[in-house]
Design a protein around this ligand. Structure first.
Ligand SMILES: [Zn+2]
Length: 88
């Protein structure tokens, strides 16, 4: 999912954190991505408030989707753990 930089018009990406990915696995990386900042390769980090309102609402929807995916993965992981622990 790419957004346009409000300053230069280039594509910006969600800033990713290898540290968060290591600490929380896929779920941590997704949650970090959902709340993380955006980064332009030319201008550096961009505050969410700098984007036009319609882009901000898209971002909010995208973040909600990422959190939903993270929750689903977490629930599946819990089921797998319970299944493993209940084995004789
Ligand atoms: Zn830019």
């Amino acid at each position: 999912m790419a957004y346009q930089c409000p300053r230069c018009g280039q594509n910006v990406e969600r800033a990713s954190s290898p540290g968060a990915a290591v600490a929380g696995g896929l779920v941590g990386a997704l949650i970090y991505g959902a709340f993380g900042s955006f980064r332009c390769c030319q201008c550096g980090p961009i505050a969410k408030e700098e984007f036009p309102p319609e882009v901000q609402s898209k971002m909010t929807a995208g973040s909600a989707g990422m959190i939903a995916v993270a929750v689903v993965i977490f629930v599946i992981a819990c089921f797998i753990l319970v299944a493993i622990n209940s084995m004789p």
